[in-house]
Design a protein around this ligand. Sequence first.
Ligand code: ATP
Length: 199
Amino acid sequence: MYLKRLEVTGFKSFAAPLEVDFHKGVTSIVGPNGSGKSNVSDGIRWVLGEQSAKKLRGAKMEDVIFAGSDSRKKVNIAEVSLILDNEDGYMASEYSEISLTRRLYRTGESEYFINRKACRRKDIVDLLIDSGLGKEAYSMIGQGEVEQVLSSKPEDRRAMFEDAAGVLKYKSRKQESEKKLHETMDNLNRVQDILHELG
Ligand code: ATP
């Protein structure tokens, strides 16, 4: 599985539709200061489910929508798609190519799509949690995050390795199972009380 293409329109500095093809191996993006290099990685982060405007270097989520420039009017919709090659079946999907799309309207309404079919944000997050590509999976390392790894406490560092190794999904499933177990124990106690009263 690898990131094959990024399609962006109306997102941050990219008013016009833009397609970035990534080939196998290392890709670097170069350009003058302020030309939009970081906006490319912000776009990827956004589709992966980022909910924090601050992490996308804005004050509010609306700031990801192209706000206009000297030569271009502002737009009202931002849309970013990630196209993943899944020929090796690494992602839990029957498709050999998976597109994930996030769209935001200036009215605040959001839309999400998997292979152009409308879905919930949770569907994208669930699909990604098993792939090691999720927004918490350290598949994207932002400026300043390297420093954070080096300066954090051993326990915090362990948590980061656990997240990166994909332990996170087992932890959340364990929590869900423990909750269900507690609820079942409560129900059993209630049944035993009733049986006691009847007997
Ligand atoms: P540097 O090398 O300095 O880190 P960069 O190439 O990474 O720069 P970015 O930070 O990606 O550049 O892009 C910043 C540019 O994006 C700024 O010119 C900013 O005005 C523009 N920009 C960000 N959000 C929007 C928006 N919503 N509408 C229009 N332009 C935007």
